[in-house]
Ligand binder design. Structure first.
Ligand code: HGY
Ligand code: MN
Ligand code: MN
Length: 392
């Protein structure tokens, strides 16, 4: 007897709550790559996969993979188990758990299904996204990148990441369920949406090197204040996004060194995240912001260091799988683009990829107020189950 989607939705939401307790920071949810919190989350999800009758393995970079046999070809499902800092509890985790619930609920399928809990999509610890799904598709990993404590990614990996690579032979496709992280479905009054494309993104690290000095003795006209220069540049980042339709530009990280109230800042490290549905527009905007940083540095006698740490092109979702998802989700299901990045960007390199969005309250995400409605989760489980039973 097929389990009711509403019962499974209750289980999925309870499991999201349980995973939210697996955090590096008591009192808020932060679960970065290769931390004990992430390992514990993978253990919990692996246990639920076993309870659902799946065989479970962990690959060379820490992704957790549950497999249900069924036939010579394989459909991949999944999302990520890592989070941003002070995160919401549904970004990533909901997609893994809805996929698991649908696999558990689906009747016998003529193909095998694997559900991936990716170990790093956000890229918070090493500054570059998609380490988990990137390893699965054979993307080169930035092994020399270091985290805030100076630990190299290479030193965190216990085995060769090449062992995580998945042979694409026999893959039917990859489907990811994820909260929308935007307001469109709520505005449309729709619980679910089918994703048409995923925007590309460019992430960079930007360092302004000035000269530290005594705040009480160095005259203003003799200063090379790294923070004053960085602040002038950050204003141009916001202005660029405001002036160009469809462009999103964000400085999310900024550290000041040496970081004392009576010392003129000698160095500032910033991040830059640039997104646009069109790759050409994104790259042109990124180059303009780099040129602006160089102009400001020159004018202030600062030295600029700029490193691109991620550059992913916009990805169109597979039309055949998307149409199947739309049929399963209901006749009027909206179709929408994703400004957020997802593991589907990487997985599209080895299999046709499609995504199902779930409405989230106020479009809020990357924030503890992130939330979903029980009935929308049930609708997502129902649609994903129907999709599984339609796929051939
Ligand atoms: O940043 C993103 O777009 C996603 O949440 N990793
Ligand atoms: Mn996210
Ligand atoms: Mn996500």
């Amino acid at each position: 007897m097929t389990m009711p989607a509403t019962d499974l939705a209750t289980t999925v939401l309870a499991r999201c709550d349980e995973l939210a307790g697996l955090t590096e920071e008591p009192g808020r949810l932060t679960r970065r790559y290769a931390t004990p919190a992430l390992r514990a989350a993978g253990d919990a999800v692996g246990g639920w996969m076993r309870e659902a009758g799946m065989t479970v393995r962990r690959d060379a970079v820490g992704n957790v993979i549950g497999r249900r046999e069924g036939g010579p070809r394989t459909l991949l499902l999944g999302s990520h188990l890592d989070t941003v800092v002070d995160a919401g509890r549904y970004d990533g985790a909901l997609g893994v758990l809805v996929a698991l619930a649908a696999v558990e609920r689906a009747a016998d399928l003529p193909y095998a299904v694997e559900v991936y809990g990716f170990a790093d999509e956000e890229g918070v610890r090493f500054g570059t996204a998609y380490l988990g799904s990137g390893a699965v598709v054979g993307a080169p990993l930035p092994l020399e990148r270091v985290d805030a404590d100076g630990v190299r990614l290479a030193d965190v990996l216990r085995t060769d990441p090449v062992d995580a690579r998945r042979d694409p032979a026999g893959l039917i496709g990859y489907v990811e369920v994820h909260i929308e992280q935007g307001p469109a479905l709520e505005e449309a009054g729709a619980p679910l949406g089918v994703v048409t494309a995923i925007a590309g993104q460019t992430r960079s690290t930007v360092a302004f090197h000035g000269r530290a000095g005594h705040a009480g003795t160095v005259p203003m006209d003799l200063r090379h204040d790294a923070l004053a220069g960085a602040a002038e540049w950050v204003g141009t980042v916001e202005a660029a996004g405001a002036e160009e339709a469809g462009l999103l530009a964000t400085v999310g990280e900024l550290t000041v060194e040496p970081g004392a109230s009576n010392v003129i800042p000698g160095r500032v490290n910033a991040s830059l995240d640039v997104r646009h549905a069109e790759d050409r527009a994104r790259r042109a905007a990124n180059e303009r912001l780099r040129a602006r940083a160089e102009e400001i540095a020159d004018a202030r006698g600062l030295r600029l260091q700029w490193q691109t740490v991620l550059d992913t092109v916009a990805v169109a979702c597979d039309p055949t799988l998307s149409d199947l998802l739309a049929r399963a989700a209901g006749p009027d299901v909206p179709r929408l683009a994703s400004g957020a990045g997802h593991d589907a960007v990487m997985m599209s390199r080895i299999a046709p990829a499609a995504m199902l969005f779930v409405r989230c309250a106020g479009g809020i995400s990357h924030h503890p107020a992130e939330s979903v409605a029980h009935d929308d989760v049930a609708a997502a489980i129902d649609a994903t189950t129907r999709f599984l039973e339609e796929v051939r």
